[in-house]
Write a protein that binds this ligand. Structure first.
Ligand code: SF4
Ligand code: SF4
Length: 174
């Protein structure tokens, strides 16, 4: 019995001078690794237009059927995105999402990214359906992204591989 207590004290004393591995959450937030997949963001281009062109690729590849969107044509009077269409309705159900990132990989315009946010708990089921109003970055938050439609719809192999190369690079805030 005494032997076990002494053994325990020796182990405890070994850790006395060490830096703690725990943090004082929620006062102190953990810095997430660069490739962490948190909640999604819909980004804007350098002109403030939505990068999402409502192509449905993200919804098609989603294995959990978590993405719902309705696309609409842009008009001369009302332009939301740089492409022909935009997502009038866009929502992600985080009760279904498994944070696999397939949707981000499938997005041809780099509109959809996953951020670092992980604090998403709620007592209400409805709070887990994030609508476009929440997902879309604010107007002042612009991103310089080489999307295919910036090149008059040029989708030849060279621009595709360039886009893929850029996607593979770790990005700040992604
Ligand atoms: S991260 Fe995966 S599960 Fe979640 S919305 Fe994207 S494709 Fe669907
Ligand atoms: S987020 Fe990307 S993949 Fe999804 S509809 Fe918009 S442009 Fe298409």
């Amino acid at each position: 019995m005494i032997k076990e207590i002494l053994k325990g004290l020796v182990i405890t004393s070994k850790h006395l001078g060490r830096k703690p591995t725990t943090i004082e959450y929620p006062e102190v937030k953990k810095e997430m690794p660069p490739r962490f997949r948190g909640r999604h963001h819909l980004r804007r281009d350098e002109n403030g237009l939505e990068l999402c062109i409502g192509c449905h690729m993200c919804a098609v590849v989603c294995p959990a059927d978590a993405i719902y969107l309705e696309a609409e044509d842009n008009t001369e009077e009302e332009r939301h995105s740089g492409g022909e269409r935009f997502a009038r309705v866009y929502q992600i159900d985080y009760l279904r999402c498994i944070f696999c990132g397939f949707c981000v990989d499938a997005c041809p315009t780099d509109a959809l990214v996953m951020g670092k946010e992980y604090e998403m708990s709620s007592y209400q089921r409805k709070d887990f359906v994030y609508r476009k109003e929440i997902l879309l970055d604010p107007l002042e938050q612009k991103t310089e992204v080489k999307a295919f439609y910036h090149n008059n719809g040029d989708t030849d192999n060279s621009s595709d591989s360039k886009l893929n190369e850029e996607k593979l690079k770790p990005k700040e805030g992604k």
